[in-house]
Design a protein around this ligand. Structure first.
Ligand code: WQD
Length: 338
């Protein structure tokens, strides 16, 4: 069975391709290489012994998407990662986000709705909840007004999938990620460091390796035990495995509705300082950091209620924060040739 993975050379996409190939799926990747490199394809092959089919395509080109599906008529499932995902950049350049995250989704769904039956897995985010009232966050927590165009594209994307699945042969699962971190244990793939990292863990590992002078902790005056923000950091390999579980659910027709929604997290919240301390423990070295003022738009806390994913989807995160940080550190050292 051939599965299309868009953004399959990206951070979560590449780890998901590894798990799909480990489970015997044939994978074809579309990636525009705007935030990745062909070295990731070699990494996937090094891990699985199998090189996935690959096409460098810009999904914003409607004709290119149509032609792809003519060439690959047997594609029977799509896992759609390809999107721009930098919150700050989306505020500066909203139309880049609406074009790249919405138009591409429409063009993909136009092709899938032509099929009798199609399976679609959509990469969404806990960002749709904004600052949820209640912790841990369940899937029926209210969807708040998006705090960025990026977050809005995820909310709109979910609504588009709901509307199209209702009137087509598409069965879909929306996966709302919390904070993906870490790297494959082999260190053949990981979070590619392109530019100054916006996210916490790559900034920590680049500080640990000496590439960055110090980590700025964005605020320690939040209403949390140690004053720093709390997030649910999930190992990217656990996250990847959840995608295979979700795809199998659709293939086996076990989905209870045309569109199902699952939060993907560990169910545990950790503060920024707890992540720093865990990194110091796994790396055996002190991390240079300073407390600065809050970052605009950050929420105080978000961690998942994982009951639905555990009981209905049949998936549970297995790896710990320290496992994830140790793998991220190993990857950073490999990338820097240390
Ligand atoms: C985590 C915590 C920061 C960097 C974002 C997106 C979300 C998803 C994951 C795509 C926060 C603090 C960070 C630093 C710091 N992306 N921090 N110093 O903001 O929770 O979520 O990435 O789907 O949609 O919103 O992740 O890693 O940026 O921040 O103190 O240099 O680390 O304030 O509390 P975030 P993050």
């Amino acid at each position: 069975m051939k599965i299309l993975v868009t953004g399959g050379l990206g951070f979560i996409g590449s780890h998901t391709v590894v798990e799909l190939q480990n489970e015997g799926f044939d994978v074809v990747i579309i990636d525009d290489l705007s935030n990745s490199s062909m070295k990731v394809l070699e990494g996937i092959e090094a891990i699985t012994g199998k090189k996935p089919e690959f096409e460098q395509l810009d999904l914003r080109e409607k004709k290119a998407v149509q032609d792809f599906f003519i060439r690959h008529g047997t594609v029977s499932g799509v896992i759609h990662f390809a999107a721009s995902k930098a919150v700050g950049e989306s505020v500066e350049n909203p139309l880049l986000y609406y074009e790249n995250n919405i138009n591409t989704l429409v063009y993909l769904l136009q092709q899938l709705q032509k099929k009798q039956e199609a399976r679609f897995i959509f990469s969404s985010s806990c960002t749709v909840y904004g600052q949820a009232e209640k912790m841990p966050i369940t899937e029926d927590a209210p969807i708040q007004t998006a705090m960025s165009p990026y977050g809005n594209t995820k909310q709109i994307g979910e609504e588009i999938v709901q509307d199209v699945a209702r009137v087509s042969g598409i069965n879909a699962i929306l996966l709302r990620y919390f904070n993906p971190i870490g790297a494959h244990e082999s260190a053949h793939i990981g979070e590619l460091p392109l530019g100054v990292p916006q996210n916490l863990v790559p900034f920590i590992t680049q500080t640990g390796i000496g590439l960055r002078e110090k980590l700025s902790v964005f605020g320690d005056d939040y209403p949390t035990p140690d004053g720093t923000c709390i997030r649910d950091y999930i190992h990217v390999v656990d996250l990847a495995k959840a995608h295979v579980t979700a795809l199998k659910r659709l293939i086996e027709g076990k989905n209870a509705e045309k569109v199902e929604v699952f939060n993907l997290g560990t169910g545990k919240g950790n503060s920024v300082l707890e992540v720093v301390n865990a990194f110091e423990k796994v790396s055996g070295q002190k991390l240079n950091y300073t407390i600065v003022r809050r970052r605009e738009g950050d929420i105080t806390q978000a961690y998942a209620d994982t009951a639905k994913a555990n009981k209905i989807l049949g998936w549970k995160a297995q790896l710990t924060l320290e496992d994830a940080l140790a793998s991220a550190w190993k990857w950073e050292q490999k990338v820097r040739g240390k």
